[in-house]
Design a protein around this ligand. Sequence first.
Ligand code: UD1
Ligand code: CA
Length: 472
Amino acid sequence: MPINAIILAAGEGTRMKSSHPKVVHKLLGKPLIWWPVHAAREAGAERIIVVVGHGADEVRAALADEAGIEFVEQTERLGTGHAVKCVRDAIGGFQGPTVVLYGDTPLVTAKTIAKLIDETRTNHNACTVLTFEPDDPTGYGRIVRSEDGALEAIVEHKDCTPEQREELWECNSGIYCFCGRRLSENLDKIQANNVQHEYYLTDMVGIYQEMGEPVAGLLAEDANELLGVNSRVQLAQATYVMQDRINARLMDAGVTMLDPALVWVGPEVTVGRDTELLPMTMLWGKTSIGEDCMIGPNTRLTDVTVADGASIEETVGYSTVIDEGVTVGPRAYLRPGTHLCARAHVGTHVEIKNSTIGEGSKVPHLSYIGDTEMGSGVNIGAGSITCNYDGVFKHRTTIGNDVFVGSDTMMVAPVEIGDGALVGAASCITEDVPAGALALERSEQQVYKGYAAKRMRKLKEEKAKQSAKENK
Ligand code: UD1
Ligand code: CA
């Protein structure tokens, strides 16, 4: 039977002290809401319905890249029970397992969700609650069990007696698996008679208990999975946990890290074996790194594809393709649309945008190359620049194979330099250079023999005269 997942994300998250809804805050480069969505999908959820409310458009936008997610708007925030009620029309007569997750609980794994579903199915539970024992239960709903250990009710922290707050350590994670049919039949029984005057989804447990419907609490093995993010401090804590998990997985797969605490890798990134990630490396988006690469230190790559054996040092890169054996940096800036072909070299203080640098070509020092198609075996001298922008339009520069461009050359686009051409240093190239030609654009050098010494003598004499005057 198919599985549905409902993810609650309508709340504001006041404790974040933010102008943005809580669930769009990022954890390792992905919005908080992204994580439960993916865990639910990986656990087999067919339909994923996200309840949005506060900052709905921002939440929708945060998930814009994810296919097949449905959104339901909760216009008034009347509690978690009310939020699920808003989805009832969307799920219609769905009878199968219905997983409810909170958008602010990003660390839960697909494995744990699958276990919860399994438990619900096997025992025909009306509801199975995933519970946990955090280091500090403050703020969480507490699990009340009868003497024989059966789940009796969930009492919100604010509704607890002082004794309950002291004694009850098992907490509600906010993750449940319901039987879809019984949920929609009984959802209306939830009332708002509590301290916060909210409709609590957690009341379903007590309601089922009274009806004699089977409910159960499944204690999670790892409390870390259920850390809720309500504040920036908890966001940082959740980041540590996830960073640790991802880095451990990478190291187990053969990636070296000098200090894993100083490497941040997003969930969709892949890294090949024998690659080393040096401190202060951040890999975001759909970045993929091949084998035997050296990345970092101080490097941030977003949606960059790197083939085997590349070395990228102190570099920032976006949407770039880097082929095998390329060396980049230290201190390069690679902007979208860049393709560095095999064994190319982009050196220090070099910016490349929307350009192809051909096989084995080198742009070693202090250059800007934009909107350029460059062949193989090219050498670009230090400080050379493609002038691609006339203030209104962008123009292209084409450089053939085996071209040698002297230092401090301006190539004013649109311009083409043919195969094997040679451009003299300090030239401002405004016209095409044919293949095999030498292009030189600079004024002739003047030489005046003996002039420098003569000038120095004259200046020194002047200074001596001045001092004599002052000492009088
Ligand atoms: C909730 C649980 C508590 C549990 C804790 C785990 C209830 C009543 N309490 O408390 O037992 O220990 O989570 O983290 O469920 N939301 C909506 N619409 C609403 C209200 C909330 O979509 O009207 C969403 C929020 O955006 C959030 C989630 O539901 O993602 C949980 O709401 P929150 O107010 O954070 O509940 P807690 O007080 O943390
Ligand atoms: Ca919460």
